[in-house]
Design a binder for this molecule. Structure first.
Ligand SMILES: NC(=O)c1ccc[n+]([C@@H]2O[C@H](COP(=O)([O-])OP(=O)(O)OC[C@H]3O[C@@H](n4cnc5c(N)ncnc54)[C@H](OP(=O)(O)O)[C@@H]3O)[C@@H](O)[C@H]2O)c1
Length: 326
């Protein structure tokens, strides 16, 4: 019989962030039940099947949809930790209410209702929330200086610009309310824009589209609020494993990312390719306090240079991004 302490669920396992999390969990010896919308979608699941061959018998794929009642009941039953990453991450969509807010909020509720039915085994839920649920684009952080785990986004709306930010805020609030009411142990991970090496050849995720765009000169900005993919994976695992972990964890590089410096680092590493020169700039000032993450989870933040070099290397190697010759 499988030891229940080692069985975990990752929703949206085929996504950019979840693929990294699944990989880290497999390396740590967990048995992973990953949910995907369709097990028949080869383009989205090929990399997970390859991982399943390396970690034989340790990764099962289950179909589940955020908008389908009871979709997660079976997969959650008997699990020990549940990582809820599935949520649409697309910017500037036409119908934010139906494309983002509804799946984010109702999907979180659906998942948590399944957890409530399996409370005898599920020890903790780790929700992939976002800095989107903390940031106040016009007002700035509550203390006027640094964003921290206590900041809440109270200004985004379900419109074209703010739809994604709003969807993550509403989903996280819904999760806290439901878990309080049902006695579920919840921890949230709130990353800024995530960058790091890809395992999959998918090109439809927002993080991948941004760096593919930079490499192919179809984009000229990098989010100034950003963090490392492997750090985000580690934060999820530690948030589940560390008994005293609680509340929200902002995962980010504490200083604003300067797009020009990112281009310089890429140009130095890949002298054979050209990178855009007219990119967004920033003053690299400190804007976030990550001491809770460092103190309570014992995390050390990976230098941003590593993340961008590794991401560009993997996107080019997988043929996802076609670089421009120098
Ligand atoms: N990447 C970032 O910069 C970033 C930053 C902060 C927080 N996050 C959060 O991290 C999580 C993953 O994002 P990501 O960057 O990895 O994006 P992604 O690659 O687009 O992954 C999104 C995942 O959500 C799943 N999903 C979307 N709609 C669904 C539905 N109706 N039913 C079931 N699954 C559904 C997708 O399934 P398919 O594989 O079938 O498409 C995919 O697995 C999200 O919660 C996002 O808000 C991301």
């Amino acid at each position: 019989m499988t030891d229940v302490a080692r069985v975990v669920v990752v929703t949206g396992a085929s996504g950019f962030v979840a693929t990294e999390l699944v990989t880290q969990l497999l390396h740590k010896g967990y048995t992973v039940r990953g949910t995907v919308r369709s097990t028949k979608n080869a383009e989205k699941t090929a990399h997970l099947r390859a991982l399943g061959e390396v970690f034989a018998g340790k990764l099962d794929l289950h179909e589940a949809d955020l908008l389908q009642d009871g979709s997660f009941d079976d997969v959650v039953q008997g699990a020990y930790y549940v990582f809820h990453t599935a949520s649409p991450y697309q910017l500037g969509v036409e119908d934010p209410e139906n494309e983002l807010v509804k799946p984010a909020k109702e999907g979180t509720l659906n998942l948590l209702k399944s957890v409530a039915k399996s409370k005898d085994t599920v020890k903790r839920v780790v929700l992939t929330s976002s800095f989107a649920a903390m940031v106040k684009v016009s007002k700035g952080p509550a203390d006027g200086k640094l964003y921290r785990d206590t900041d809440w986004n109270d200004e985004s709306k379900a419109d074209k610009d703010g739809g994604y930010l709003y969807s993550k805020t509403v989903a996280e609030k819904t999760a806290w309310e439901f878990c309080k009411e049902h006695g579920i142990d919840l921890v949230t991970i709130n990353p800024t824009a995530v960058f790091g090496p890809v395992i999959s050849k998918r090109a439809d995720g927002t993080s991948v589209k941004q760096i593919k765009g930079i490499i192919e000169h179809t984009a000229s900005s990098v989010s100034p609020w950003a963090c490392d993919l492997q750090d985000v994976g580690r934060a999820h695992v530690l948030a589940a494993e560390v008994p005293k972990a609680h509340g929200r964890y902002l995962v980010t590089w504490p200083k604003l990312l300067n797009g020009k410096e990112v281009m310089q680092v890429l140009a130095k590493r890949f002298p054979q390719y050209k990178f855009p020169e007219d990119v967004s700039d920033s003053d690299s000032k400190e804007y976030a306090d990550v001491s809770k993450l460092e103190k309570e989870l014992g995390m050390t933040i990976t230098p941003w240079q590593t993340s961008f070099i590794d991401m560009a290397t993997s996107l080019i190697a997988h043929g996802v991004a076609k670089p421009v010759q120098a």
